[in-house]
Design a protein around this ligand. Structure first.
Ligand code: TRH
Length: 376
């Protein structure tokens, strides 16, 4: 593990988050902001859509101010560090204020804001090449400033993954048996969490579980719930409620949206986690339980290479690769492997080994603080 020189604390951070769709943009920005605040920094989280925080983070966090997308910078000017998440374009007046603060700092009286572009997570090779690159700005309101590209990732040459320092302690203190009892998961049942878009292989997998050993499916609200309901409705020879009958191999529970800490606990408690997007993938890795990733689909199928790169990094066994190919519809008609106890055991060993490799690296925020110290 490398050690980084930390900048003086506390710093003021402006984190910008535009919500494109789904919950990953605000989910990642919230985790970053809350972790910064927990480490003593002051955070202004500027977002065009804070609605999901009502259920994702109803508790808020001391030190994080959630603010609407700004037309103007605050009277005090930009913070010490400005983070543009996922290439969102910060408002021109704010950019101009960064430009003015940077010029003022040139005479040595103050410190120029450090401008970070926090990118999407990928295991592809371009990440190591692009991480920490400077992007000088030649025109517009922030001409003369520099943006720095910061790439999360899975290897030592990247910015790492978000992992708050308290996570290990929270996990160590987690009572898995009590959680499962509270959720009426019978001993010996296989508990599966489902957070996905519309995986092409979902109906086939539900059919498999429908006639397999006792399985408890915990379905998150929104697209996952709609996809499972569509499958239930398609079982015309049975009443839609039949899978929920006591004693039936497959029992389905539809969940309410829950705060991030409770979402994490669900991943720790289940025997298989179906996750999606970016943030829940990272949390599934920290959970150390078998998981299947529904990658965010891109129009030009750019997600295919992204998924393969991730599976390569994961050192996924053949059955887990086959599962991902079918789940994500990479190959039409791909056969779904049998997801039984022995398959899950193989997947668990793979995930635990990957988790161990990741734990040997510094987390994203520790690395980012080191970067800020280096550039300040
Ligand atoms: C279902 C549920 C989710 N969550 C949180 C966990 C995560 O922080 C967040 C979900 O984010 P993700 O896992 O990233 O999946 P997502 O599909 O919602 O988000 C995606 O959005 C796209 C726009 C991005 O391009 C993708 O990369 C990805 O981030 O919601 C809860 O806190 N409680 C819940 O009940």
């Amino acid at each position: 593990m490398t050690t980084s020189r930390l900048p003086p604390s506390p710093l003021t951070w402006d984190v910008f988050c535009q919500v494109i769709d789904n919950f990953g943009d605000i989910g990642v920005c919230w985790r970053l902001s809350a972790d910064l605040a927990a480490r003593g920094h002051a955070v202004r989280l500027w977002t065009d859509d804070a609605s999901a925080l009502a259920w994702m983070a109803p508790q808020g966090a001391a030190g994080v101010q959630v603010l609407p997308w700004p037309r103007q910078p605050p009277p005090s000017g930009p913070g010490d560090v400005v983070v543009e998440a996922f290439g969102c374009e910060i408002p021109p007046a704010f950019q101009a204020a960064i430009g003015a603060a940077t010029r003022a700092a040139a005479n040595g009286a103050s410190r120029a804001p450090l401008w970070i572009n926090l990118e999407y997570l990928s295991a592809e090779p371009y990440v190591e090449r692009s991480h920490r690159l400077a992007s000088p700005i030649f025109s517009g309101p922030a001409a003369g400033c520099t943006r720095w590209f910061y790439y999360p990732g899975f290897t030592a040459g990247t910015g790492g993954l978000l992992r708050e320092p308290a996570l290990a302690q929270r996990q160590a203190g987690f009572d898995r048996a009590a959680w499962r009892a509270r959720h009426a998961i019978a001993p010996g049942d296989c508990a599966i969490s489902l957070f996905c878009y519309e995986p092409p292989a979902l109906p086939a997998l539900l059919d498999q579980w429908h006639s397999g050993p006792a399985t408890r499916l915990l379905v998150t609200p929104g697209r996952a719930a709609a996809a499972v309901r569509a499958w239930q409705a398609g079982h015309n020879d049975e009443t839609p409620q039949r899978p929920q009958r006591p004693g039936h191999p497959l029992s389905i529970t539809y969940l309410e949206p829950c705060p991030q800490p409770a979402f994490d606990e669900m991943l720790w408690a289940c025997d298989l986690n179906c996750v999606r997007g970016e943030d829940s993938l990272v949390r599934a890795l920290w959970a150390g339980q078998p998981f299947v990733w529904h990658i965010y689909p891109q129009e030009d199928n750019a997600h295919h290479a992204k998924l393969q790169a991730f599976l390569d990094w994961l050192q996924a066994p053949a059955s887990l690769r086959a599962m991902h190919a079918a789940w994500n519809g990479l190959e039409p008609g791909a056969t779904l492997p049998l997801v039984d106890a022995s398959t899950l055991q193989t997947w668990r060993a793979c995930v635990l080994a990957a988790r161990q490799r990741l734990l040997a690296q510094e987390d994203l925020l520790t690395q980012l603080l080191g970067f800020v110290a280096e550039k300040s």
